[in-house]
Design a protein around this ligand. Structure first.
Ligand code: ADP
Ligand code: MG
Length: 253
């Protein structure tokens, strides 16, 4: 696990500046919520950390290592999106195990993927899949295919697949926005529990103020590519830094 640090990160798409000199530090094992209205740059910020977009200016660190020039695969960061993106032809078990098998072939010799999985490796993978499934309460679904699952179940499988290989950083981009209200609130507390259990540095993106107030150790409020405030939920509510934060987070006047 490691802290994430953004130093003066700017992102432009052509002439459009989407993020402006962002300085941000996410502590080791912290659950940070990034909240702001639609189009303010939340997804772009996550995509920069994951390596799906390149910074225009500035740098990103994971621990002591500068990562913003590294390809996504070697950053050791997992990301979950609003859509579930499961492999439809694979069982839940194999969806979760998939990343683990790939990790194994990356860590061993370049030809390791040609060799069959040994008994020991198989049992390690099996153990990890069972452990992850248990903590997400999906053990009873392991032999099903994605089309046999509800939306909430699919999203839990997607979470399981992302965290199975023990990433250093876990990024979630509005993972609950496709779910109905009751399911959203159940899954919300499950995600918080999971994060505490795994102790993985986490950035959770949402446009939902209730999610932000109830989930994070700290909240970052973003608007039009600028950070408005970074603080605990209580301080954001009690002492909003400006009129935007007060209005957006619903603080009392
Ligand atoms: P949010 O996730 O907060 O809704 P985004 O990060 O998706 O916001 O988008 C921020 C801004 O960047 C928007 O104006 C969006 O149109 C623009 N944008 C995002 N991705 C691209 C892209 N690949 N090319 C051009 N503009 C983009
Ligand atoms: Mg977005």
């Amino acid at each position: 696990m490691a802290p994430v640090r953004l130093c003066s990160v700017t992102k432009k798409f052509a002439e459009n500046t989407v993020l402006r000199e962002i300085d941000l530090e996410v502590a080791d094992r912290e659950f940070l919520v990034l909240v702001g209205p639609s189009g303010c740059g939340k997804s772009t910020l996550l995509r920069l950390i994951a390596g799906l977009e390149e910074v225009t200016d500035g740098s990103i660190y994971l621990g002591d290592r500068q990562i913003n020039h590294l390809p996504p695969k070697v950053r050791d960061i997992a990301m979950v999106f609003q859509s579930y993106a499961l492999y439809p032809h694979m069982t839940v078990y194999n969806n979760i195990a998939f990343g683990l098998r790939r990790q194994r072939s990356r860590n061993l010799s370049p030809l390791a993927w040609l060799s069959p999985t040994s008994k020991k490796q198989k049992s390690e993978i099996d153990q990890r899949v069972q452990q992850v499934a248990e903590s997400l309460q999906i053990s009873h679904l392991l032999s099903r295919k994605p089309k046999e699952l509800s939306g909430g179940q699919k999203q839990r499988v997607a979470l399981g697949r992302a965290i199975a290989r023990n990433p250093q950083v876990f990024l979630m981009d509005e993972p609950l926005s496709n779910l109905d209200a009751q399911l959203r609130s159940d899954t919300r507390s499950q995600i918080v529990q999971l994060q505490k259990q795994l102790q993985v540095t986490t950035i959770y993106v949402t446009h939902d103020q209730v999610e932000a107030m109830t989930m994070g150790d700290r909240i970052v409020v973003l608007n039009k590519g600028d950070i408005q405030q970074v603080d605990t939920p209580l301080n954001i509510y009690r002492k909003p830094a400006n009129v935007f934060v007060a209005g957006f987070m619903g603080s009392p006047p």
